[in-house]
Design a protein around this ligand. Structure first.
Ligand SMILES: CC(C)(COP(=O)(O)OP(=O)(O)OC[C@H]1O[C@@H](n2cnc3c(N)ncnc32)[C@H](O)[C@@H]1OP(=O)(O)O)[C@@H](O)C(=O)NCCC(=O)NCCS
Length: 195
């Protein structure tokens, strides 16, 4: 595979989402509660650590993150979630709208856990926090984009009810790489492939 395309997963209902559970010693906080923009540097440091093994975009700076995210009208610090441990941010995800007037599809953006804290349900917790954020605000559906090699992430998303989505052959071909790693979960959920 010479190039990984973004592939999409949909959570087709924001109703009945489970509660957020965290292991002892971990707490969930929004950027608004923690103090924004004071926590911006911590956010970017965590993204750098979380995506250090896999990120392909070539990095970002505080200036570029501000331009791309923070200074956009749809940015909401109450939709930026962190799990903290010992006062440090160790997992994150945030709520995003592709256009400021979007009211149907909320996007879960930039999910990452510090490698030292993986496998403790933190990725699940922050993804769920974003999905619940949208549900609380009346959004019926949530989606995200990922890449087919991100097996850990895709398993987290499927367990929360996200399902693979494609509407063209190119994306279907990408999904062929990821489907075997989630076949057990999809079978349990009675998933059927898009036409
Ligand atoms: C995807 C990611 C956020 C998951 O974070 P996490 O806090 O470990 O998530 P959870 O604990 O909720 O679930 C982890 C899953 O990954 C698996 N896993 C893979 N590698 C692991 C590791 N080194 N340690 C622990 N669990 C690991 C776990 O087994 C679990 O899957 P399972 O429930 O089927 O067993 C994290 O792996 C990460 O930051 N990856 C790099 C960035 C990335 O790919 N982000 C997603 C972009 S769409």
């Amino acid at each position: 595979m010479s190039e990984w395309l973004n592939i999409r997963m949909n959570l087709n209902s924001t109703q009945g989402l489970p509660p957020i559970e965290l292991a002892p010693g971990y707490d969930l906080i929004t950027a608004e509660e923690w103090g924004f923009p004071a926590c911006l540097g911590r956010w970017l440091d965590l993204l750098a650590v979380g995506f250090s093994e896999t990120h392909a975009e070539g990095g970002w700076t505080e200036a570029s993150w501000r331009e791309r995210i923070v200074d956009q009208p749809q940015f909401d610090p109450a939709g930026v979630f962190f799990v903290r441990h010992g006062g440090q941010a160790v997992a994150t995800a945030f709520a995003w709208l592709d256009t400021p007037d979007e009211r149907e599809w909320g996007r879960v953006h930039w999910v990452a856990t510090d490698p030292a804290h993986r496998g403790k349900g933190l990725g699940r917790a922050v993804t769920l926090a974003v999905a619940r954020y949208f549900g609380d605000r009346g959004f019926p559906r949530v989606f995200l984009e990922t890449q087919a090699y991100r097996t850990s992430a895709i398993r987290v998303y499927v367990k929360l009810g996200f399902v693979p989505f494609w509407d063209n052959e190119e994306h279907k071909a990408q999904w062929e790489h990821a489907l075997p790693s989630i076949a057990d979960l999809l079978a349990e959920r009675g998933w059927t492939a898009p036409e």
